[in-house]
Structures are given as C-alpha cells and as structure tokens.
Ligand binder design. Structure first.
Ligand SMILES: NC(=O)c1ccc[n+]([C@@H]2O[C@H](COP(=O)([O-])OP(=O)(O)OC[C@H]3O[C@@H](n4cnc5c(N)ncnc54)[C@H](OP(=O)(O)O)[C@@H]3O)[C@@H](O)[C@H]2O)c1
Length: 274
C-alpha cells in the first residue's frame, strides 16, 4: 500500500458501535476523519450532528450512500448484519474489523444478498478511542487504490497502522495487538491486587499499578530504545527488579505463558475463519 494524498474523508455506515466500533467511532469523530456518517446500533445513546444514529436498518436515510460499510459486530453476527444492510452494500467497500471472518467469506455473504463489495480487513485495538490504537490491515486484491488509501487514512487517524501482505497474518495481529490491551490491563489488575493483598490501601495500590503500566507504555512510545534496553535500565545487578525478573523470566513463567497465549489466540482467530 502506498501513502495517501489529500483524499476526501469518506462517509461511513458503522454497523455495531460496541467496544471496538465505539472506540473507532470516538477516535474518528475526535479528529474529523469522516464525512457525515451513520451509526447503526441499538445501544448507542446519541451521535453528534452532522452524523446520524440509526437504531434499526429502517432508520438509515434512504438516500445515504456510504463509501465504507464498517462491520464491527461479533463474527457470529456478521451474516445477519450483512442481510439487514444489504441495500446499502452494493458498490461499497466493506471494512471489517472482525476477528476471523475472511475477505472471501464476507464477499460471498454480500453476494448472497445481491451486493458486490470489495473487502478491507483491519484488526484495530481499543486504544483507538484516544488516537493511540495500532491496526493491522489487509486489502483484498480488488480494492481500488483510492479505497485502500482512504482505509489507511481512516486507521492512521486513530493510531499506528501495520499493513500485512497475507490475510492469514491477521490471525497473529489479532493475537498480539487486537487482544493485546487485555493482557496489559491484566498486568495492571494483578499488580494492584498484589499491593492490596500485602496491605497497601486499595487507592494507593491502584495508583501505583495504573501509573506504572501507563507510564511505562508512554516511555516506550517516547523512546527509540529497544524494549529490552528499557527493561535493563530498571534492573540493577542483584537488585530488587533482578530478583522479580528471575521469577517472571524463568522459562516456564512469562516466556512460556505469553507464547502459549499468543498461539491460543491465533488458533482461535483461525477457528473463527472456518
Ligand atoms: N473488543 C476489542 O478489543 C476488539 C479488538 C479488535 C477487533 N474486535 C472485533 O470487533 C468486533 C466487535 O467486538 P466488540 O468487542 O466491539 O463487540 P460488542 O461490544 O458486543 O459490540 C458489537 C455491537 O454490535 C451490535 N450489533 C450486533 N449485530 C448488529 C446488527 N445487525 N446491527 C447493528 N448493530 C449490531 C451489538 O448490539 P447487540 O447487543 O444488539 O447485538 C453491539 O452493540 C468483533 O468482531 C471483534 O472480533 C474487537
């Protein structure tokens, strides 16, 4: 994929505005990355003008012609969603953020409802809501250069973008960065619990755990040093950090757990694709 130059912001039909769709929507709105668009979701309380909230497909303005239909429903609900909005689909580009569902399966699902679509698959993550997401992206062979660039621009508007050359690599993107924020939040939870279990006031434990995770993330983002160098900078020989890391870095501890977790998540993404 090449770099975008001055393309107009696209109009979107965002189908599903839950955790991920909502994060993208909030990020896009914040930075004016989109033309007047429609959100289809029965839970969303409101969307600001000039955008439009549709609680049912019947609420979508009849003359609305989106450039992209962004599909952000659970993979198991994709078929139903495509059936419900099939009248808006023909000639658009489907931008799917769903784990697992392949370009071919989405194209075929649209075709069963009489619509011809091209498909871009993206695997973002929820920090997109504050412009700090990271997204793996794959564009199917028949996506036009303009649509590729617009898709890239949309996702760059909410963080970093990593194009992949083989669709199967999105399973790994899902395992590492799509699901990844959950692993980091788990670390914050466990640090907080360890402090509370050992007698720290809960508020203090919370402040220390959250501040450490977010501060370390910000330092990682701001620094050009490799992550192992930043780790080593905290680790004096025979000091407290070295003692803790000897537990965490034991071969059967974090190295094995992270490896197992990434394999499990990638296998689940592949299962969803079947
Ligand atoms: N969560 C993440 O961190 C993350 C990261 C990367 C990718 N993803 C992908 O994002 C997708 C959504 O995940 P999520 O965690 O955001 O799920 P979620 O919070 O359950 O959001 C999905 C939303 O879509 C709505 N919806 C379902 N069918 C619909 C339809 N036909 N028309 C309109 N709205 C419909 C749901 O409403 P109902 O309750 O009415 O069904 C819900 O509000 C998944 O495919 C997942 O693989 C998620």
């Amino acid at each position: 994929m090449t770099h975008a130059v001055n393309l107009p912001p696209p109009a979107l039909l965002l189908v599903g505005c839950g955790n991920m769709g909502g994060a993208l929507w909030d990020g896009w709105r914040e930075c004016d990355a989109i033309a007047p668009s429609v959100v289809l979701d029965r839970h969303r309380a409101s969307v600001p003008t000039p955008h439009h909230l549709a609680r049912t497909p019947q609420d979508i303005p009849p003359d609305f012609r989106p450039d992209f239909v962004v599909l952000a429903v659970k993979p198991a609900k994709a078929e139903d969603a495509i059936a419900l909005i099939s009248s808006c689909l023909d000639g658009t580009t489907l931008l799917s953020v769903m784990a697992g569902r392949s370009c071919a399966s989405l194209r075929e699902a649209a075709a069963r409802h009489g619509a011809t679509v091209s498909v871009v698959r993206a695997m973002p993550n929820t920090p997109a809501s504050i412009g700090q997401g990271v997204t793996g992206i794959f564009a199917d062979h028949d996506v036009s250069p303009t649509r590729r660039e617009q898709a890239l621009s949309l996702l760059r508007a909410v963080g970093g973008v990593a194009p992949v050359t083989h669709e199967r690599q999105l399973d790994l993107v899902t395992a590492i960065s799509g699901s990844g924020p959950a692993y980091v939040f788990l670390l914050a939870e466990l640090l907080e619990k360890a402090g509370i279990d050992r007698g720290l006031p809960p508020e203090t434990a919370r402040l220390l755990a959250r501040g450490t995770v977010s501060g370390a993330g910000a330092l990682l983002a701001a620094s050009s040093a490799e992550s192992h160098v930043l780790r080593e900078n905290v680790t004096s020989p025979n000091g407290t950090t070295a003692r803790a890391l000897s537990c965490l870095m034991a071969p059967n501890a974090w190295p094995a757990s992270i490896d197992e977790a990434i394999t499990a998540a990638a296998e689940r993404a592949a299962e969803l694709a079947r």
